[in-house]
Write a protein that binds this ligand. Sequence first.
Ligand code: GLY
Length: 305
Amino acid sequence: MLLLANAEAWPGFSTTVDRLRAGQGSLDAMVEGIGLVEREEKVRSVGYGGWPNMLGIMEFDAAVMDGTTREVGSVGAVPDTVPVARLALEVMRRLPHVMLTGEGARRFATEIGMPLDTTLLEDSRRVWWERLERELSPDELARFPDVPLAPLSRTITDPERVRDTTVFLSADPAAGIHAATSTSGWAWKYPGRLGDSPIPGAGFYADSRYGAAACTHTGEMTMRCGTARSIVLAMRLGHSLHDAVRLAVEDLAELREGFLAGVVIHAVDAHGGHEVVNFRCEGEIRYWFWTDGMAEPELRPATVF
Ligand code: GLY
């Protein structure tokens, strides 16, 4: 058994390890761990600690994928709901659909007993409003939110508050290979914006025969390249995990137009291998790793591509 997650998974990684050791199903174990990340206010990219959209509303994206059946459950732009990866798992288990968005996802949450929550922290609300005060004129602020938001979407990008995500991947010869993701998405995003975290093939993909991949940071790039699916498909076509990730990074590097920034790829294969690669993200990127025989999970540095 192997478990991989990005550095922001610290509040829940050990719990997932404990659940896997105890024989719990991989997706339930990962969703329980991500739920702890979503509840941790210090993690500023997911759940209660996340950042709102331009209107000051929290909209969450999350997904799960069972790599053995290739079933997926996904929710996008669902307002004020924690635990949201749990909601994605319930979409997979209870509905004939793969993905719910917005008010439909929120309605489904209510139907299965997940209450509407207050997920915008007072501190996040203050930072969001201060940002708007820097971007809008006094007249626009007085009329807010009845102002065009599209011009803001190009200027309000905040390098301090990036498009991070929590991703978990598990791999086991008997239990299969699975993925889970959760995020509040791009800080100050246009309302309704989906990142890659709920998009199968872009932000995550798992196939127990070959491997899995999950991405953090700039979903606007991995959605254009189908990054996670391309890695698993390359392994299916006979490439090693290392070469599959390299091909995906080269494809991202070919992008010339549109919004371009960094991406981190987390990937595993069906032979116990793993790779975590930092493509153009500033600062040191680290990830959590645990496999059978390790007493404790380790925080390791990603490879810089
Ligand atoms: N990778 C997360 C996002 O783009 O929202």
